[in-house]
Design a protein around this ligand. Structure first.
Ligand SMILES: Cc1ncc(COP(=O)(O)O)c(C=O)c1O
Length: 421
């Protein structure tokens, strides 16, 4: 046969066969490259991760676990899953890892299924205070199937009220306590949660979907030594493929594995499992530790720059990759700020702030994060400028075109998918 061996992704072929869809891919790449990406839950995954995801491993059915599959021909994909599990355990220092959850929401569903029965009580962070909708929203299975008691942040400090968590735990005797959030800028004290869980005999689940990348890089303390179960996503600060995973103790491993398959999922996405393995190996490199540290330093620089221009950071700053900005003094809603930033070439999302007087569709805040811009190589100096551009875009919508030009100039120096990272 001569020539290059067939490997897989061939964009030229897609373009010829399905130009309409190929154009969607090109336009999305342009959108990602052409705007400042400040969505705290997003990142630019590496070309190596993209290559694994675009591979023929997507063709393979592999229900079950390595060495215990319900399909023949799994001996090759078994190697991918074993590598992913082994690397996840090493990277996070976990006794057991399940790398099959399709997403963070699936990981939470499986973890609840392993630990709870319908009708059981769980204690989790309230959505309007930064919790995720899988932590007990009425529109989600968690709020429908379990008796959910919610804790929040204090009005004065905007920090988790650990006294309230303990009081609620003592009063309601939950079977499970969930810590972890989707919009909480500060460190979570997992040791305090562990003590409270032990005091009431509850399981402790840390949903660190957002911060696992920072933990992997050692930029913030890890939840793994403290929680019985840790759920995570691989596509946020960790910079891997879109997906989830669960870490747990040896004791809970059989329950967690049975909850993922066959309780909530069928065949694992083996191309994504392989891409997770690639991402875990990347996160073990010293450069990743440096990246995670820079993500936090950049978030702090951005929060400071915004505060300096009158845009207050909830809780006074950040210890992580994100900041929550209170817009009430500006008399602009979160939804309007999101629109104004979009017109100026800045992508971010509106977000409720603690005790927000506005509904979730409007909000009084925005959430900004630095995983993407840090992957692009920006540092504190650039983040200061980003802070000025966001403030200008929100306060002076008439200057959108001029801001967009400045954004383009910044992005011309820091292009994703052009430099090595
Ligand atoms: C804390 C938390 N848990 C779970 C999820 C759900 O992850 P996914 O969107 O992959 O289902 C998210 C997503 O933002 C999250 O922030």
């Amino acid at each position: 046969m001569g020539g290059e061996p067939y490997y897989g992704p061939d964009f030229g072929l897609l373009r010829k066969q399905d130009p309409e869809l190929a154009q969607v891919l090109l336009d999305e790449l342009d959108r990602q490259r052409g705007n400042l990406q400040l969505v705290a839950s997003e990142n630019f995954t590496s070309p190596a991760v993209l290559a694994a995801m675009g591979s023929t491993l997507t063709n393979k059915y592999a229900e079950g676990y390595p060495g215990r599959r319900y399909y023949g021909g799994c001996e090759v994909v078994d190697r991918a899953e074993r590598l992913a599990v082994q690397r996840a355990r090493e990277l996070f220092g976990a006794e057991h890892a399940n790398v099959q959850p399709h997403s963070g929401a699936s990981a939470n569903l499986a973890a609840y299924a392993a630990l709870l029965q319908p009708g059981d009580t769980m204690l989790a962070m309230a959505l309007p205070h930064g919790g995720h909708f899988t932590h007990g929203s009425k529109v989600n299975f968690s709020g429908k199937w379990f008796n959910v008691v919610s804790y929040g942040v204090r009005r004065d400090t905007e920090l988790i009220d650990y006294d309230e968590v303990r009081d609620l735990a003592l009063r309601h005797q939950p079977k499970l306590i969930v810590c972890g959030a989707t919009a909480y800028p500060r460190l979570i004290d997992f040791t305090v949660f562990r003590c409270i869980a032990d005091e009431v005999g509850a399981w402790l689940l840390a949903d660190v979907a957002h911060t696992i990348g920072l933990m992997a890089g050692g930029a913030i303390p890890s939840a793994v030594p403290h929680a019985d179960v840790v759920t995570l996503t691989t596509h946020k600060a960790l910079r891997g493929p879109r997906g989830g995973a669960i870490l747990c103790t040896e004791e809970l491993a059989p329950k967690i594995d049975r909850a993922v398959y066959p309780f909530i999922q069928g065949g694992p996405l083996m191309h994504v499992v392989a891409a997770k393995a690639v991402a875990f190996a990347e996160a073990m490199r010293p450069e990743f530790a440096d990246y995670a540290r820079r993500v936090v330093v950049n978030a702090q620089a951005l929060a400071e720059a915004l505060a300096g221009e009158g845009m207050r950071a909830v809780s006074g700053g950040t210890d992580t990759h994100l900041a929550l900005i209170d817009l009430r003094d500006l008399d602009v809603s979160g939804a309007e700020a999101e629109r104004r930033c979009a017109r100026a070439g800045i992508t971010l999302n509106r977000n409720v702030i603690p005790y927000d007087p506005e509904p979730a569709a409007v909000t009084s805040g925005i959430r900004v994060g630095t995983p993407c811009v840090t992957t692009q190589g920006m540092g504190s100096q650039e983040l200061k400028e980003v802070g000025t551009l966001v403030t200008r875009a929100v306060r002076q919508p008439g200057r959108a075109a001029e801001i967009r030009e400045r954004v383009s100039a910044l992005l011309a120096i820091h292009q994703p998918y052009l430099s090595e990272y």
